[in-house]
Write a protein that binds this ligand. Structure first.
Ligand SMILES: Nc1ncnc2c1ncn2[C@@H]1O[C@H](COP(=O)(O)OP(=O)(O)OP(=O)(O)O)[C@@H](O)[C@H]1O
Length: 313
């Protein structure tokens, strides 16, 4: 379990993380989502005690991570797969990690097998592809058999087969009762990976809930309807409080997008007023749309700061 309490981190004039509070529970894969620069990496570094918070606190299984000796047995973390000594072999890199954390050497071969790198164990990391480095980084997180695992953008550089494998691994780690916290700036990556979401924008919490709840919150349910009596139907639905927009039309009638009324209600009203419908469909905006909608402010903010004279990002 990871508990983040009113966490704040300032770098000079920049507030990277502001009053952030959320809990990451065991037995689930929790996606940590936010646009670029939202503060995900900063939060992960604060969880790991790699940076000192400006305010608030964070605990891992009830204690600050820094207080734990032999960290890899408590938390496995992959922050930057490229941050490895290129001159070392994969096996030597993991053996050094194991030694530093008093983990038996036998675990090295086990985790290399687990991530599919047995054949590359004696090769130098410098020649590894990004995908192989991600696998090696993941092997490092598994070394101490920890109850809590953190991954910063772990799907970067993986091919579709690698992505499928990582998803299966995260699922298994969660089923084993571990806490699995995975950051990404892409909702599409999390859609089939996570059970729960923590979404941040501009360093502040936007949502901490299940995928279903998040989708429902951002969803603007709309109904598409085609009719030859467009003007009549528009008046009728508008009087019921709906927002009706013409989005095209052809010989089959006018196509309208209706928000604020269910398809059942649209059908009922049309039937009662003898308006013939040629088509009636419900469109639910996807998780991706909910994500775009709810983080729109943070993205606009990013674009604005980028245009400011002297802004360096
Ligand atoms: N060491 C630092 N010094 C100054 N500013 C920093 C530092 N680290 C992060 N920041 C700033 O804090 C903000 C959050 O950055 P962070 O890297 O945590 O975001 P992120 O969500 O991980 O983004 P990305 O997906 O692009 O990695 C950004 O404005 C960034 O420029």
């Amino acid at each position: 379990m990871i508990e983040v309490n009113e966490l704040t981190k300032r770098y000079g004039g920049t507030t990277a993380v502001k009053d952030l509070s959320f809990t990451v529970r065991p037995g689930l894969v929790t996606g940590f989502l936010g646009p670029n620069g939202a503060g995900k990496s900063t939060t992960l570094r604060l969880i790991l005690g790699l940076n000192e918070p400006s305010g608030g606190s964070v605990t891992v299984d009830g204690r600050p991570f820094r207080d734990r000796p032999r960290g890899l047995r408590h938390v496995g973390a992959l922050l930057d797969a490229g941050d490895v000594h290129g001159g070392r072999t994969a096996a030597a890199h993991l053996a050094a990690l194991a030694r530093g954390n008093r983990i038996p050497r036998s675990r090295v071969d086990e985790v290399l097998a687990e991530v599919g790198l047995t054949g590359a164990a004696r090769r130098r990391i410098g020649g590894f592809s990004l995908g192989m480095k991600q696998r090696l980084g993941i092997a490092g997180t598994l070394l101490g058999d920890p109850p809590v695992l953190l991954f910063d953008e772990p799907l970067n550089g993986l091919d579709p087969e690698g992505v499928k494998w990582v998803r299966g691994l995260f699922r298994r780690l969660a089923v084993e009762g571990r806490t699995v916290f995975v950051s990404s700036h892409l909702m599409t990556e999390m859609e089939s990976t996570a059970d729960e979401l923590v979404v941040i924008g501009r360093g502040e919490l936007i949502a901490a809930e299940s995928l279903a709840d998040f989708a429902a919150r951002g969803t603007r349910s709309s109904v598409s309807v085609r009719t030859r009596q467009g003007a009549e139907l528009t008046d009728l639905l508008t009087a019921e409080g709906a927002d009706v927009r013409p989005v095209g039309g052809d010989g089959q009638g006018e196509l309208l997008t209706v928000t604020g009324l269910s398809s059942e209600r649209v059908a009922e009203l049309a039937f009662r007023h003898r308006i013939m419908l040629g088509e009636l469909t419900t469109g639910r905006s996807s998780l991706e749309e909910a994500f775009m909608e709810l983080t729109a402010d943070s993205i606009e903010y990013g674009a604005r700061t980028a245009r400011e004279p002297g802004a360096n990002r």
